[in-house]
Write a protein that binds this ligand. Sequence first.
Ligand SMILES: [Fe+2]
Ligand SMILES: [Fe+2]
Length: 300
Amino acid sequence: MNYAGATGIQPGTKERVAHIVENVDRLPALPAIVLQLMRVVNCSKSSVVDAAKLIAVDPVLTSKVIRLANSSFYGIPRTVSSLPDAIVILGFNTIRSLVLGLSVAKMFHGNHSLNMDRFWKHSIITAIAAKIIARHLRKNVMMIDPESAFSAGILHDLGKLIFSQYVTADYIRVCGYADRSCSSILEAEDELLGINHTEVGKTLAVKWALPPDLGSVLMYHHRPQEAAEEASFLVNVIHLADIIAHTLECNLFDGEVCELMDRDCLAELKMDKDEYDKLLHNVENSIEKSQEFLSTIMIS
Ligand SMILES: [Fe+2]
Ligand SMILES: [Fe+2]
């Protein structure tokens, strides 16, 4: 049996994937509202009113932002009915990740080889874990904004959506091959598609002009030691959050494979094994809340 027959991958797939990535201009562009909102969120002079003006133009987005602020995920003891109040409660970075997540979910609708419910659940568990890690690290000397960590967690696997939507049948085979050969999804993508989801994610980050730290997360979350110094801390946080999410998902989904943690990751974050175990436990206790976040994002 030839190689294509053994893996089930169609001849010419690597060339097709390379063509898709080289022609990023044909990939969907981010909607104007997302670009404007990113500018607002990144500008220190921006106010809640600036963000509210932008979001209010879109009634679906407005209702989702208010619904999320009222969800048990944020546990606010009173009813939030106005958009500005909801923005204050959620914070600029959560608004950015929510709007980005919603836009991406809308752009990549249609046929997928990945189960979208499971994909977003993994993204949200990673985001929750990243936020909990960032809060924990604040108690030590190192500082990282928990909401930025949450945003990065939501978006870290964006590159997979390109494979899932544009080479749908072959990506099912890539996932099957990873399972059968006990290799990581990254190795299977490299071997069968000639490129992996972190490289595709980085291409999207450049095309969409995402902030550089987010681009580094998309590119290096499986190889944190390769990230540039200035992004290394956030990348290590997302790497650890991703490992925690996969570990916990082994109890949630059939066929889930635990990923290997980079051997320097805990040391980079100045954490020991006991602290890691505690974090794992804390994230596990927060997973229930992810369902409400997921339904807010997915239901129109
Ligand atoms: Fe990944
Ligand atoms: Fe992941």
